[in-house]
Design a protein around this ligand. Structure first.
Ligand code: PLP
Length: 345
């Protein structure tokens, strides 16, 4: 079997949610967009709901529809992208709650579904989603009569506690929401770690649940084991992989492993990353191919059946740094070809 095995530790996921929940006084929701950050929205959301999460956030109504199938009636499902054209049936039939981002979206929502609950997303400085302060000021009085379920905004720099932007956005959010009486939310994972000033009534962590920075105390959730397809001896002067990306200077023993850039082993990891046999690191040699990588196992006495890319030895953020990206991208890039196993939960 030439598929890697991706094991997702649902007990660790739940412990990460509990740890973040314990830091805040208000409600702790869960962000499960992009298929639960690539780890599988079904098992992830079910485990979190069993652990006590009552509110979930996804990016789109389509994701919300999938999540409703998973969770059944009960938990709140909120949509960051708000109410887009074509969403009305899903919002009504599946009780999704759009976070309204603009006057256009508000009109669309009220025309199609005048009775359906909604929240507001405000732009406090990131300039990505949400109503601008001036737009909000013009609408505020009318809108609040409709009792939004939540008023939320998002921080641009919450992974950097030293960034002045955090306090600046909090001030804008305060000004925009003071006296509204509606429940408020500003913090994702990074915002929770910034402290109680940022917590308000509800937090919406994502990455920290899945074991990624900036929640440095998170337990790892994703484990990835790659089978060895073939092993060969390479003589000095021989090359490995596309473009002769690696040339052996001494006799080397090279293993070919079953995962490549189509599986989320980002090509920038060529010649940089390592895989592990127990505690022993084995460097990637040559270029990452679509379905395979080459690894130097000369220093191992046995030929392993498989090697570890993600595990206790190295987590998503080690690979992220080597690939000049972030743990979020490593997780959401994990491909469809792995055999997925869910433990615990
Ligand atoms: C993705 C997202 C979150 C979760 O962020 P993390 O950094 O993964 O905790 C929260 N709020 C919004 C608006 C998001 O887009």
């Amino acid at each position: 079997m030439a598929n890697g095995t991706l094991t997702i530790d649902l007990d660790a996921l739940v412990q990460n949610w509990r740890a973040l929940d314990a830091m805040t006084a208000g409600e702790t929701a869960a962000t499960v967009k992009a298929d639960g950050y690539g780890l599988g929205i079904g098992p992830v959301a079910r485990a979190l709901a069993r652990a006590g999460a009552r509110s979930f956030f996804v990016a789109t109504a389509e994701e919300g529809a999938e999540l409703r199938q998973v969770l059944g009636p009960g938990p709140a499902i909120n949509i960051y992208s708000g109410h887009m054209p074509g969403d009305a049936d899903m919002i009504r039939d599946l009780s999704l709650v759009p976070m309204i981002n603009s006057i256009d979206q508000l009109q669309r929502h009220l025309e199609a579904l005048p009775q359906a609950p909604f929240g507001f997303q405000l732009d406090s400085g990131m300039n990505r989603l949400g109503m601008e302060p001036a737009e909000w000021a013009a609408l505020r009085e009318i809108d609040l009569g409709r009792e939004p379920t939540l008023i939320m905004s998002h921080l641009a720099c919450s992974d950097d506690p030293g960034a002045a932007m955090n306090a600046a956005q909090r001030r804008v959010f305060e000004e925009m929401t003071a006296g509204t009486g509606a429940p408020r939310s500003l913090a994702a994972t990074g915002g929770i770690l910034l402290g109680p000033d940022y917590h308000y009534d509800l937090t919406r962590p994502g990455i920290g649940l899945y074991g990624g920075l900036p929640f440095s105390e998170a337990l790892p959730v994703a484990y990835l084991e790659l089978p060895v397809i073939q092993v060969r001896d390479v003589e000095p002067g021989e090359s490995v992989g596309y473009g002769m990306g690696y040339v052996a200077r001494q006799p080397r023993r090279i293993a070919t492993l079953a995962a490549g850039y189509a599986d989320g082993v980002i090509r920038l990891l060529s010649g940089k990353a390592q895989v592990y046999f127990g505690q022993r690191a084995c460097p990637l040699v040559g270029r990452v191919s679509m379905d395979m990588i080459g690894v130097d196992i000369s220093h191992l006495s046995d030929t392993p059946a498989s090697l570890t890319l993600l595990g206790r030895q190295q987590g998503v953020d080690v690979l992220a740094e080597q690939a000049q990206t972030i743990g979020y991208e490593i997780l959401t890039a994990l491909g469809r070809r792995y055999n997925r196993r869910y433990s615990g939960g």
